[in-house]
Write a protein that binds this ligand. Structure first.
Ligand code: NAD
Length: 482
């Protein structure tokens, strides 16, 4: 057992209701001080085979379990999460460096809600029968089988449970591969699921590296669904691995989302929305990293932005007063800094930031705002996934929309305007899975979530999750003889 933030965490896999070790391990390092946290089991094809086999064995009984019983068990998992919110928050903060205050008050309660929401949604899932020439058409959502769920490090348990809950609610069994930089809360979730009484093999976790575990998992012929959240290059590898089996995919990927600020906007709100994009040290897929501001207000917007951004408190994420913690890993910090240095070489000017936070040292990177990047510069088109924003100006609505839609991504878009008619016109033309008007990050689990263009494939949320995790079946019955 490893002890992290005073919490016992098993470093093994969770397969068929048992803890399993591997011959090799890898070191999980905290972004806070880059200290080692645990030696984690390093899985490979053998562990993937064992987990998929366990999930396959558990599938028929779980698929037949009544909806009421599945919902009851998912609520029991939510109860277990709620009992352990503080422990989960402490461990997640140690593991990924995100703020303890948001883990305590936002993220972990949302993890519990993921289970409750899909448990309740399952009970109302249905479609009215319809009739064709006296024949009844009955639509059913049949569980698909073993689901492979692969998740990133920026919001580990939140993003994993957003997939696990609907997959299990639908009657599937699951093999989760957490990100290798953040393996710990998945292990705690296995404990919670076992305590809640989930049958052995219904939920499995295989720890390890992307190519070594994710590779064989996504190529496995017994896997019936793959849901992946992560980067575009990994998505391409997964799509290729899934192709021989034609395994259905749900892909939630990166973005380069815009925040459009029109001259008629509430400027205080617009500045708040812009500075919020540094949350989680910029490691947020949905972040509106391109600030597109109407020219006539650009100077005032910039002045107010710099004033507010200057008050951001950067430091230890375990401190409740901290606004921004470290980057996840030294390799990631170097990647972020590579983008920043190339942006400078391309002619962009950093109004704030532009490098690591040398006072704090470690993995802290200064919130950065670039202006003057030339058209087509990498910093305007590629996802950095760090605390790095760019500022560009526009003169007309058409120009704003063209700039907003001008990347290969389409995950989200945010606009600040005081004119409802403008909001309607502009949102209609934006290419994005989610659009926020005068708000940011508010999301109901009932709504479809996903990305357009290279930000993803498919949608999850509410009915859309069940559509993905099920084989929909239409049963047509002829009239019975009287
Ligand atoms: P990543 O693609 O490097 O890794 C994600 C997961 O894929 C990890 O578990 C990794 O081990 C695994 N993986 C790596 N290679 C694999 C392979 N060959 N086969 C199967 N699995 C493999 O992404 P990351 O750096 O962990 O996360 C950051 C990215 O995730 C960013 O692009 C971000 O925008 C995106 N993201 C998207 C959303 C969304 O909902 N759209 C949410 C959060 C993060």
């Amino acid at each position: 057992m490893a002890t992290v933030a005073g919490v016992a965490v098993d470093p093994g896999h969770w397969i068929g209701g048992e803890r399993v070790r591997s011959a090799g391990t890898f070191t999980d390092v905290s972004p806070i001080g880059e200290t080692p946290l645990a030696e984690i089991a390093r899985g490979g094809a053998a562990e993937v085979d064992a987990a998929v086999a366990a999930a396959r064995r558990a599938f028929p009984a779980w698929a037949r379990t009544s909806r009421d019983e599945r919902a009851r068990l998912l609520h029991a998992v939510a109860d277990g999460v709620e009992k352990r919110i503080e422990e989960l928050a402490q461990v997640e903060t140690a593991d990924n460096g995100a703020l303890i205050r948001s883990h305590r008050r936002g993220v972990m309660p949302r993890v519990a809600h993921n289970f409750r929401f899909f448990a309740d949604w399952l009970l109302r899932l249905g479609h009215d029968d319809f009739e064709t020439r006296g024949h009844t058409n009955h639509v059913s959502w049949d569980p698909a089988g073993v689901c492979a769920l692969i998740t990133p490090w920026n919001a580990p348990l939140m993003l994993a449970t957003w997939k696990i809950a609907p997959a299990l609610a639908a009657g599937n069994t699951v093999v989760l591969k957490p990100a290798e930089w953040t393996p710990l809360t998945a292990s705690l979730l296995a404990d919670i699921a076992a305590e809640a009484g989930l049958p052995d093999g219904v939920f499995n976790v295989v720890q390890g590296y992307g190519a070594e575990v994710g590779g064989p998992l996504t190529a496995h012929p017994d896997v019936r669904r793959i849901s992946f959240t992560g980067s575009v290059p990994t998505a391409r590898t997964i799509a290729a691995a899934a192709a021989p089996n034609l395994t259905p995919l749900s892909l939630e990927l990166g973005g380069k989302s815009p925040l459009l600020v029109f001259a008629d906007a509430d400027l205080d709100l617009a500045v708040d929305l812009a500075v919020e994009q540094y949350d989680n040290a910029g490691q947020v897929c949905l972040a509106a990293t391109r600030l597109l501001v109407e020219s006539s207000i650009a100077d005032e917007f910039t002045a107010r932005f710099l004033e507010k951004a200057g008050r951001i408190v950067q430091g230890d994420p375990r401190d409740e007063a901290t606004d921004i913690g470290p980057q996840i890993h030294r390799r990631h910090l170097e990647r972020v800094d590579g983008f920043v240095q190339r942006a400078k070489a391309d002619g962009a000017r950093a109004l704030i930031g532009g490098g690591p936070n040398e006072e704090l040292g470690g993995l802290y990177y200064r919130p950065t705002l670039f202006t003057g990047a030339p058209d087509g510069a990498e910093i305007l088109t590629e996802e950095v996934f760090g605390p790095v924003l760019t500022l560009q100006t526009f003169d007309t609505e058409d120009e704003a929309v063209a700039m907003a839609n001008g990347t290969r991504f389409g995950l989200a878009a945010t606009l600040a305007t005081g004119d409802p008619e403008r909001a309607r016109r502009v949102t209609e033309r934006l290419v994005a899975g989610t659009v926020w008007v005068n708000c940011f990050f508010v999301r109901d689990l009932k709504a479809p979530f996903g990305g357009s263009r290279q930000s993803g494939m498919g949608r999850e949320g509410g009915d859309w999750s069940f559509d993905f995790y099920c084989d929909l079946k239409n049963t047509v019955t002829a009239p019975w003889a009287r």
